[in-house]
Design a protein around this ligand. Structure first.
Ligand SMILES: NC(=O)c1ccc[n+]([C@@H]2O[C@H](COP(=O)([O-])OP(=O)(O)OC[C@H]3O[C@@H](n4cnc5c(N)ncnc54)[C@H](OP(=O)(O)O)[C@@H]3O)[C@@H](O)[C@H]2O)c1
Length: 304
């Protein structure tokens, strides 16, 4: 068996880990990070707080969320960070979260749609949507719809949708978007991550003149809990070779780059702290428009 030596390993990591830093300050600005209790979201929240932003961790498990708040306060002197309950698998919870935000925050400069579930066994949200399409796409679509007035009011403001390279394998199955006829965990994940890029494109077009920029991000391969639903041999592989992919902190860099870079190209797709090419399917304005209409129909909203 050929063992990869320390130096070669370093070289391998340097292919994927992007070093990035910025002195940008965000004093007086407010950010929401969904799934901010762990992984890429927690690192994103910690960094935004260290730049002086007031950060809201939007999480479904309040115990985990409060632990993350305590960690960030310990690590960042004077951090302004709070946790609020948000279950993206339940439209009622999304409405309650948005109501809380309108009651507690005067402005919103960054909405980081980061939370995600990957390759889980078939299950459905409280509103009967397939879980990955429901949480990764529809949950964030609905959340953005409800918070858009506050984003507009706080312009210049930013929506950052955390997608994935997996979108390259995605296809929106308009005939069976909730995978009721047939379900494949990775196909459903890829569909939801393609939906993130298409949503980015269409939303950017619609809010172009309102001072709200919209970006989609691929964080790259990152050693987080995202693999929790993988079969055990895959989990073992991830545990063994996890050190070869990005750390959660490195995984947050492209999101942060999109947040603090002035004049970022709205509607764009970013990887390794720079613009990247998305798939042809993700650049199809007709499909983006059709997905928008379908999402509104499924959620029972009018968003013109
Ligand atoms: N890690 C990678 O290699 C990778 C690669 C490409 C893209 N991404 C994307 O990066 C984003 C962050 O993932 P990660 O790697 O940091 O994974 P992670 O460590 O598993 O974090 C996912 C977060 O999403 C939250 N979440 C899941 N379902 C939710 C729901 N119904 N309501 C509210 N929050 C929910 C989780 O909450 P709990 O802790 O309560 O479960 C957790 O906070 C995801 O969108 C993922 O698709 C990751």
């Amino acid at each position: 068996m050929h063992l990869v030596k320390g130096r070669e390993m370093k070289t391998l990591r340097s292919l994927i880990a992007t070093h990035w830093s910025s002195d940008a300050r965000l004093d007086g600005q407010t950010a929401i990070v969904t799934g901010g209790n762990t992984g890429i979201g927690k690192e994103t929240a910690r960094d935004l707080a260290s730049r002086g932003a007031h950060v809201v961790l939007a999480c479904r498990d309040m115990e985990k969320a409060e632990r993350a708040v305590a960690d960030i306060r310990r690590e960042v002197d004077g951090a302004s960070v709070v946790a609020r309950k948000l279950d993206l698998a339940d439209a009622k919870s999304i409405c309650e979260f948005a109501e809380t935000i309108y009651n507690t925050e005067k402005s919103l400069h960054f909405l980081v749609n980061n939370a995600g579930v990957a390759a889980c066994p078939y299950s459905t949200t409280a509103d009967s949507f397939e879980m990955q399409f429901g949480v990764n796409h529809l949950g964030h679509f609905f959340l953005t719809f409800l918070l858009l007035d506050l984003l507009k009011h706080s312009a210049p403001s930013h929506v950052i949708n955390v997608s994935s390279m997996a979108h390259l394998m995605g296809k929106i199955n308009f005939e069976d978007v909730n995978s009721r006829k047939s379900y494949h965990p990775f196909r459903a994940y890829a569909q939801s991550k393609l939906a993130n890029v298409l949503f980015t494109r269409e939303l950017a077009r619609r809010v172009e003149d309102l001072g709200v920029t919209v970006c989609a991000v691929d964080p790259g391969p990152v050693n987080t809990e995202i693999s929790r639903h993988l079969v055990w041999p895959m989990q073992l592989l991830q545990k063994t070779f996890g050190f070869m992919v990005k750390t959660p902190e490195e995984g947050s860099y492209t999101t942060l780059y999109c947040a603090v870079t002035p004049d970022i190209q709205t509607g764009g797709y970013y990887r390794n702290c720079g613009p990247a090419l998305c798939s042809r399917a993700a650049s199809d304005d007709r499909v983006a428009c059709k997905l928008w209409a379908l999402s509104c129909y499924l959620l029972g909203i009018r968003w013109r």
